[in-house]
Design a protein around this ligand. Structure first.
Ligand SMILES: [Fe+2]
Length: 292
């Protein structure tokens, strides 16, 4: 019998899973219970799990195929390509700033991440929390007329739109990043491939404009949607402890990493990424250019 107990930690999303040791080989029944709780709560927290990279990868694989991260060598674990390094320091000691705006992992690609499993090894004494919001609720909170306006609309997601990228990279670097990672259109109202529910899928960090509309026209609508998505009642805030593993569903939740800790404090995390279903398309110009 599975000993899994699931306790909600916030009203909108986020639950803690008790009675599971992720270092062990879990039964099919336990994995099914975890999957069910995940689809229901969007974010699951497992406390006091001190996993090795191998155990982290093994548990993640029970939930589906994993991305590898060789295309971003700076953040890819040298021995485990399934592990993404999420740390505020490079090996060189240089300070890094990533994930400081609301986003959904890999939304700028044509195969956005299904889920992410982030494991905490070192956390600052205070600060460095991650916040999550429920994008089903963000969609359902809109009036029927507003939803009708957005229902079949697409929006452009561009990796270079992130504030830290825009402000810290040279124009030449931005062109190069965009060439290697062409922006993609994603559906604004995206249907979750497992629950069948619709979630709002626009993100502060990556969404530039709606298809067929200028950035200036899109901006007030996007700002409204971003603001409404992250109202207090729609957020779970996770305070990290070493040993935590938190898994979230990128199809229906956004997240943000807070930068409210000192430059001399370390925050060391490791992420695996569950491969998602194909979604999104290149803008028409790129599509025809690619076909030539
Ligand atoms: Fe992220």
């Amino acid at each position: 019998m599975s000993n899994v107990v699931v306790k909600k930690r916030s009203s909108a999303l986020g639950a803690e899973v008790l009675g599971v040791d992720l270092r062990e080989e879990l039964s099919e029944e336990t994995v099914a219970r975890i999957r069910e709780a995940w689809l229901e709560n969007l974010v699951l927290v497992f406390r006091d799990q001190h996993l090795t990279h191998e155990q982290h990868i093994a548990f993640s694989r029970r939930l589906g195929p994993l991305e590898t991260h060789e295309s971003i060598p700076k953040f890819c674990h040298p021995d485990h390509p399934e592990i993404l390094l999420v740390t505020n320091y490079e090996n060189t000691g240089k300070k890094l700033v990533v994930g400081r705006q609301w986003h959904s992992d890999l939304s700028t690609t044509r195969r956005p991440a299904k889920g992410s499993l982030l494991r905490c090894e070192e956390a600052p004494p205070a600060g460095g929390d991650t916040m999550f919001c429920n994008m089903y609720r963000a969609w359902e909170a809109l009036s029927p007329a507003y939803r009708a306006m957005l229902q079949d609309r697409w929006a452009l997601h561009d990796m270079t739109h992130a504030r830290e990228t825009r402000t810290r990279r040279s124009p030449e670097e931005l062109v190069d990043i965009r060439r290697r990672n062409p922006p993609v259109y994603q559906p604004v109202a995206r249907v979750h491939d497992e629950t069948g529910r619709t979630a709002l899928y626009v993100a502060e960090m990556t969404t530039v404009a709606f298809e067929g509309m200028s950035e200036a026209e899109s901006r007030p609508i996007l700002d409204y949607l971003f603001d409404r998505s992250v109202v207090y009642e729609n957020v779970y805030r996770h305070r990290w402890r070493p040993g935590d593993l938190v898994m979230w569903d990128n199809r229906c939740a956004m997240h943000i990493a807070l930068a409210d800790y000192g430059d001399d404090e370390r925050r060391v995390m490791y992420r695996t990424t569950l491969q998602g279903e194909p979604s999104g398309r290149l803008p028409e110009a790129e599509t025809s250019a690619a076909a030539e």
